[in-house]
Unconditional design. Structure first.
Length: 85
């Protein structure tokens, strides 16, 4: 298996996630979770990268890579936080 650089996350993923969290009434818990986990974003991204070779299909590998890149990116956390406020 090769460890390819993932393509950027599809446009609209954060907007869909924020909309789902609002519909489910989870805005406040999500904001608390973002504030709590933000300092650990690099660790979370690296853990997903460790799981990358274990993913059973290329589609899962691509998605894991996209999630790892999003989690490691501070701008993504800030953007999601702004979408939820």
């Amino acid at each position: 298996m090769t460890c390819e650089q993932p393509s950027p996350s599809p446009p609209g993923d954060l907007e869909r996630l924020a909309a789902w969290l609002r519909r489910a009434g989870l805005t406040t818990p999500a904001l608390l979770l973002i504030g709590t986990l933000r300092p650990l974003h690099m660790v979370g991204g690296q853990l997903l990268r460790l799981a990358y070779p274990l993913a059973p299909t290329p589609r899962w590998q691509t998605r894991l890579g996209q999630m790892a890149s999003a989690i490691e990116d501070e701008a993504t956390w800030t953007r999601l936080e702004n979408l939820l406020q």
